[in-house]
Design a protein. Structure first.
Length: 130
């Protein structure tokens, strides 16, 4: 079954956009050093935040199914630029849970993490003018 998600962004002056995502609103901006107003995270940081948060939630989901506990799980994403895109993204997991416990859950978490799966197999992107 296919389910659609819809998020909209409205340009708000300078290099800033206001994003409506369901019942939530966030400001996305660029640093002052490149002409933004620094009132919110950069779009690339929002992408990395989506990846880190989705994988953290996926790890928690599969841990629950396995009867495991992941105290203080932290997922950190680090990316390197190559022109106007990221060349590489690394995710690091940290928890007081054992390394073995984390490594055992990673394959199942990768299967259920929508953001990881989307980035590994990018969808076709179509741009329409309405």
């Amino acid at each position: 079954m296919s389910a659609a998600r819809r998020v909209s962004a409205r340009w708000d002056g300078d290099l800033r956009a206001v994003v409506d995502a369901g019942r939530f609103r966030l400001v996305v901006d660029e640093p002052e050093s490149i002409g933004g107003t620094d009132r919110g995270p950069q779009p690339t940081d929002v992408l990395l935040a989506a990846l880190a948060s989705c994988f953290a939630i996926a790890m928690a989901h599969v841990a629950r199914k396995h009867g495991a506990v992941l105290p203080d799980l932290r997922v950190t994403t680090t990316a390197t630029y190559d022109g106007p895109r990221f060349a590489a993204i690394t995710m690091s997991l940290d928890s007081t849970a054992s390394r073995a416990a984390l490594e055992e859950l990673i394959p199942d978490a990768q299967r259920v993490c929508y953001v990881t799966n989307t980035l590994r197999r990018p969808p076709e992107i179509t741009i329409n003018v309405e």
